[in-house]
Design a protein around this ligand. Structure first.
Ligand code: NAG
Ligand code: NAG
Ligand code: NAG
Ligand code: NAG
Ligand code: NAG
Ligand code: NAG
Ligand code: NAG
Ligand code: NAG
Ligand code: NAG
Ligand code: NAG
Ligand code: NAG
Ligand code: NAG
Ligand code: CA
Length: 580
């Protein structure tokens, strides 16, 4: 299988001069010699497509999910491959390979967000900070900026299954296999450590690999994964249906007030008053929005923006609002927290935790009628139109749509996409047997992917892999290699502006590396307060199912309580098959 690679190296060896400098190895001919031509079957790597340029003294800017670094030297490589027997099937790959001096024996695959399969240079830049090669792919979508939704339908009714499967798991896999082999050949290394990092859709992409290719990565840092897509995207539409069902369309200011009151009231349930709801489970069990009824609210006018809100909807202008919180608004909020139930009272899915802002529920002001109207989430509409109805349209009327309609859309999505987009295969035996380690984290105030969505999967893996063990024993077995951390006060793949004193695990990949390479078990995950005012900047996060509880407002314990635990994993008895 590797004979061509060996031949390639031998054939070009005579052309090479001293190996150590970046300039010597960052050439198209050297990259050509490093190409693993037979590593992936069914494709043809195009040696002539290679571009390579050396970059020196690069600064990688820190972000919420990136630590950043300076003085980075690397080789910027792009290349393409085609799928044998298919026309117009070019997939583009992009790798950043640290200089031989800066390489620390690591390879990293990075992922995207929304319906985008790549984070481009931002992801690559974070990888090289760790002395790691970093790779990304355009998924074969024809351009680095195209998303799956741009290409999934060739026409109304014509799904492009190649694009779908490329996005589902195939392209990331191919890019990872090629990237690992290119790296070994590039540095003349017999082995390396391989990692994955991504959040949101990038988190789903990480699971798509860990679930299928057990030995592909030694470690994975996975945030708030957008998996269980059949539920996840339809659930984005639930808030608008809740408002329609109540026939009440709260001004955004009214829900914002309820959220502010919720954070203020639930802050102390974790034993420390710091503006952070570290126990949204206790908040869910003991608080309800009726406490806000009659409370005054007011907000300044908001100008229309072309920016994005609510996952791809433009922001309409809103007039200044004031009033007092109504019983109807409280009822809407209570239903938004409760989760999705069908007309028979059976639970369909979970929702966001109290303390997460009500982004999906944000109404739009209609200046012609002077009324607020329900607005459906852009990504939820894309799912129903592109993936279920198979029409190229961004319009979806929710008139007549009920909780039962949402349920039927979820079941349809499960049937149609179980093998490609659901990404919740719960048996991780191959990954575990290969010695893999995964740190999975999720903001406890995530407003886009329910925090409980991650808990449900983690719990499913525990039950599938350790069916004969009790709760403590099975969690302890699972924690040897797969740990889930719920991040207090954090929003979707970022800190929350509503709870600025919350810690965030900005350097989670380092924790994965330490676990894989040095056996340092992340008993509690390192996190840093990035935006707040607290003096206690470096904090730790409890491993689920243990939950934080502060003593004397000063020391954090990680405790177990059954009622809280149960609140994370309700029985989804409206769904006739197991939900992993
Ligand atoms: C790998 O080995 C080849 C052949 O000896 C050499 O030309 C090349 O510079 C080496 N690469 C690195 C990164 O040391
Ligand atoms: C590297 O970049 C920094 C700015 O980030 C600059 O101050 C420094 O002079 C540069 N070093 C070299 C060797 O170019
Ligand atoms: C990397 O290469 C691509 C393709 O040639 C180019 O568009 C991009 O600007 C390069 N990036 C850097 C940092 O050199
Ligand atoms: C392939 O791409 C070419 C050039 O972009 C285009 O003209 C042609 O229609 C495409 N063929 C198919 C089958 O998509
Ligand atoms: C909610 O709290 C934030 C932060 O304190 C504040 O800026 C905002 O005005 C409050 N909103 C309402 C509706 O009270
Ligand atoms: C509790 O601790 C937080 C964070 O250190 C601090 O901001 C707050 O003032 C403390 N509250 C009380 C009641 O001591
Ligand atoms: C909230 O108050 C309404 C009356 O306005 C009542 O019907 C409802 O049961 C209350 N909800 C909760 C959760 O207490
Ligand atoms: C609420 O609106 C009324 C009427 O528009 C206005 O007189 C009042 O000043 C506003 N109150 C606040 C707190 O903005
Ligand atoms: C695709 O279907 C949508 C929804 O029915 C329709 O609005 C659109 O015009 C159709 N496009 C084409 C090219 O037929
Ligand atoms: C809603 O249902 C009514 C009655 O069945 C029907 O007339 C109407 O066309 C439906 N509206 C939409 C948007 O589907
Ligand atoms: C499980 O462990 C927790 C502490 O980690 C303890 O409080 C609890 O009692 C244990 N439960 C069982 C069933 O052993
Ligand atoms: C975590 O924080 C501790 C200090 O509390 C530090 O010693 C350790 O290096 C950090 N680990 C990682 C992976 O950042
Ligand atoms: Ca608190």
């Amino acid at each position: 299988m590797h004979s061509k690679k060996t031949l390639g190296l031998a054939a070009t060896a005579a052309l090479r001069v001293t190996a150590s400098s970046l300039a010597n190895v960052c050439t198209t001919s050297y990259i050509q010699s490093a190409l693993p031509l037979d590593a992936v079957s069914g494709i043809t790597l195009d040696s002539n497509s290679i571009t390579a340029n050396a970059v020196y003294n690069y600064t990688s800017e820190a972000g919420d999910l990136w630590i950043g670094g300076k003085g980075l030297d690397f080789c910027n490589v792009t290349l393409a491959y085609t799928r044998n027997g298919l026309s117009n099937s070019t997939t583009n790959l992009w790798y950043w390979l640290p200089s031989p001096e800066q390489w620390q024996g690591r390879y990293l695959t990075t992922g995207g967000g929304g319906f985008s399969i790549t984070s481009g240079e931002a992801g690559l830049a974070n990888g090289i900070v760790y002395g790691s090669v970093a790779g990304t792919t355009d998924g074969g979508f024809g351009s680095w900026s195209n998303e799956l939704s741009d290409v999934i339908l060739a026409a109304n009714g014509t799904m492009d299954f190649d694009m779908l499967y490329n996005f589902g798991y195939r392209s990331i896999h191919e890019m990872s296999v090629i990237g690992k082999e290119v790296s070994k050949n590039f540095y003349n290394a017999s082995s390396l450590y391989s990692y994955y990092q991504g959040c949101s859709e990038g988190g789903r992409e990480g699971w798509s690999q860990v679930q299928r290719y057990g030995s592909q990565f030694d470690g994975a840092a996975i945030g708030a994964p957008a998996f269980r897509q059949a539920f996840q995207q339809v659930a984005h539409l639930a808030a608008a249906v809740v408002e329609q069902t109540h026939d009440y369309y709260p001004p955004p200011c009214e829900l914002e007030k309820i959220n502010n009151d919720t954070i203020a009231a639930c802050d102390k349930l974790d034993g420390r008053e710091d503006g952070v709801v570290a126990r949204t489970d206790l908040c869910k069990l003991h608080y309800n929005a009726n406490a806000s009824i009659g409370q005054p609210y007011s907000c300044a006018a908001v100008a229309a923006t072309s920016g994005y809100t609510k996952r791809q909807m433009a922001q309409a202008a809103e007039p200044a609002a004031n009033g007092t919180v109504s019983a109807k608004a409280a009822a809407v909020a209570n239903d938004l927290w409760k989760g999705l139930f069908d007309s028979k009272g059976r639970q369909i899915y979970v929702s966001y935790q109290p303390g997460a802002d009500f982004e999906d529920a944000e109404t739009t002001y209609n200046s012609a009628t002077g009324q607020y109207e329900a607005t459906v989430s852009g990504i939820g509409v894309q799912w129903v139109n592109y993936f279920l109805k198979e029409i190229i349209s961004t319009e979806l009327s929710i008139k007549n749509v009920t909780y039962d309609t949402l349920r039927s859309w979820i079941l349809e999505g499960m049937q149609k996409y179980d093998s490609v987009m659901q990404t919740t295969w719960p048996d991780l035996e191959d990954f575990h047997n290969a010695g893999g380690k995964v740190i999975h984290f999720h903001g406890e105030s995530d407003n886009s992917i329910p925090t409980a969505s991650s808990v449900i999967y983690h719990d499913a893996v525990r039950k599938i892999m350790y069916p004969n063990m009790g709760l403590n024993e099975s969690y302890s077995a699972l924690q040897d290699w797969y740990r889930l951390f719920l991040v207090p006060g954090a929003a979707h793949c970022s800190p929350s502006t509503d709870q600025p004193n919350g810690p965030f695990p900005q350097n989670v990949l380092q924790s994965v590396i330490d676990w894989v390479e040095n056996g340092v078990v992340p008993e509690r995950l390192n996190a840093t307060v990035l935006d707040g005012t607290t003096s206690d900047v470096d904090q730790k996060i409890c491993t689920f199912p243990l939950r934080p509880m502060w003593k004397d407002n000063a020391t954090m314990d990680c405790v177990f309580d059954k009622a809280s635990y149960d609140s994370w994993v309700p029985e989804l008895d409206s769904i006739p098959v197991p939900v992993y």
